[in-house]
Design a binder for this molecule. Structure first.
Ligand code: MEV
Length: 399
């Protein structure tokens, strides 16, 4: 087996030290990296520089999602999460997807949007005309605010005007390249606010990014041969049809859609957190997008196609590979190296794959034996920590 494969059979049976040894082989980890894994990525002094009123560090378990193949490339997926079974279940699901060729993923350009609100506008329609006529001026102002972004191939791309009664909102769409982009977008929003208010004939209101970054979406699909879905007494086609029925339930019912999407966010957030990104922003974007059509919908759907099970996920994905926490958090930098994602779009696609894998694992469990058996086995393992060695658990089999 080549060292860049994400298949590491029996990984779960190794000790933590042996698992780190495997990672050393695969990702060129140094002694320093191993210490980073041991210490959790930051010390108290660093924490004290990152946020306020620091009294300590709050740690989460960091594991690796295995078996992921994304657009033909194997990736080890770092996942930081406190919930038992999320990592094992995602790894199991990724193995099933691998049987169908792996995940296919694509990403939009990394465009984030600044919102500039103008209030007290007497004639919003006229304001819209004046603002649209000033598009070039506003784009030039935005470029002048972020001159280095253009050198990296990014920059302000488009101005869009939206009107409400008495209020005008100007959106400036900005390609942030490999940054998550919140700082850049907020800088542009503040820099343009006075001129926008003047053009609109009102008073400057809020100026801030929107987390509904629907121009920065990822789309992920997975094809799973029905035979690999078989579980216990249930054959593959029966499980496939159960997963499709579960998808339809989420499509028909917002209460179920919320839980379906929670299962997706189990995988999404774990990678977003491990890689030092703003998971609250990703969460806000995901749920706003899910509700954007006026009714809350699942972020993924599953169908039977040509006998196989096919899943498709689409969601906004504001993640970066530069800036933010990465400057200060050695653990986040290490997680990104492990992943081998050098650009934000690739990272976003992998995050989406972790989400679809988690979703598949949850739906398969729900369509078969339910989630409690495996979940509780892993939960007991957590409870047993002070008492002694871990009991064998269900979900890790076949990882
Ligand atoms: C639990 O963390 C996630 C699930 O509830 C997701 C789902 O119901 O699809 C199992």
């Amino acid at each position: 087996m080549s060292n860049d494969s994400s298949r590491i059979p029996g990984f779960y049976r190794l000790t933590v030290a042996e698992r780190r040894g495997e990672l050393r082989l695969r990702a060129d980890l140094t002694e320093e990296d191993i210490l980073t894994l041991e210490r959790g990525g930051i010390d108290t002094a660093t924490a004290d520089r990152i946020v306020e009123n620091v009294v300590g560090i709050y740690a989460l378990p960091l594991g690796v999602g295995l078996n992921f193949r994304v657009n033909g490339r194997d990736v080890l997926v770092p996942m930081a999460v406190e919930e038992p079974s999320v990592i094992a279940a995602a790894s199991n699901a990724a193995k099933m997807v691998r049987e169908g060729g792996g995940f296919l993923a694509e990403a939009d350009d990394p465009v984030m949007t600044a919102q500039i609100e103008v209030v007290g506008v007497e004639d919003p329609e006229e304001a819209e005309v004046r603002l649209e006529a000033a598009t070039d001026e506003l784009l030039a102002l935005a470029h002048a605010t972020l001159p280095r972004l253009a050198d990296r191939g990014g920059g302000a791309r488009e101005v869009e005007v939206r009107t409400h009664p008495n209020r005008v909102i100007v959106h400036v769409h900005i390609d942030c390249r490999n940054a998550m982009g919140a700082n850049m977008v907020n800088t542009v929003a503040e820099a343009l606010a006075a001129r926008v208010a003047e053009l609109a004939g009102g008073q400057s209101g809020l100026r801030i990014l929107t987390n509904l970054c629907d121009r920065r979406r990822v789309r992920v699909s997975a094809r799973v041969p029905a035979r690999v879905l078989a579980a216990g007494d249930l054959d593959g086609p029966t499980v496939r049809d159960g997963i499709v029925a579960a998808s339809r339930f989420a499509e028909d019912d917002p209460y179920r859609a919320a839980t379906h999407n929670k299962g997706i966010m189990n995988g999404v957030d774990a990678v977003v957190i491990a890689t030092g990104n703003d998971w609250r922003g990703v969460e806000a974007g995901a749920h706003a997008f899910a509700a954007a059509g006026g009714r809350y919908r699942p972020l993924s759907i599953w169908r039977a196609e040509g006998g196989d099970l096919v899943g498709r996920l689409e969601m906004p994905m504001a993640v970066g590979t530069v800036g933010g926490t990465l400057k200060s958090h050695a653990g986040a930098r290490l997680a990104q190296r492990l992943l081998g994602a050098t650009d934000a779009s690739t990272l976003g696609m992998i995050v989406g794959c972790a989400g679809l894998a988690s979703n598949l694992a949850a739906l398969r469990a729900l369509a078969t034996e339910g989630i409690q058996r495996g979940h509780m086995a892993l939960h007991r393992r957590g409870q047993a920590i002070p008492a002694g060695p871990a009991a064998p658990v269900l979900e890790t089999r076949g990882q």
